[in-house]
Design a protein. Structure first.
Length: 71
């Protein structure tokens, strides 16, 4: 998934690019009325603002699992 590709390792993470991707994905989930995905992205955006790398990775994995469950 594209989000997973944005996570390199904490010292070199591009938080701006990750935030932009999370925001766009949140919009897609909202447009499709997929509330759980939208909520995951909202939390991810908050964690990105906090630069909480460990939690960011967990939420990226959760979003990835959620998308896979839709397929």
């Amino acid at each position: 998934m594209m989000l997973r590709g944005c996570i390199l390792n904490p010292p070199r993470t591009d938080f701006a690019a990750l935030a932009q991707t999370a925001h766009r994905l949140k919009g897609v989930f909202a447009m499709l009325n997929l509330v759980p995905g939208k909520q995951l992205c909202e939390t991810l955006e908050h964690l990105i603002r906090e630069k909480d790398a460990a939690s960011i990775e967990k939420y990226i994995s959760d979003i990835d699992d959620y998308v896979k469950s839709l397929l």
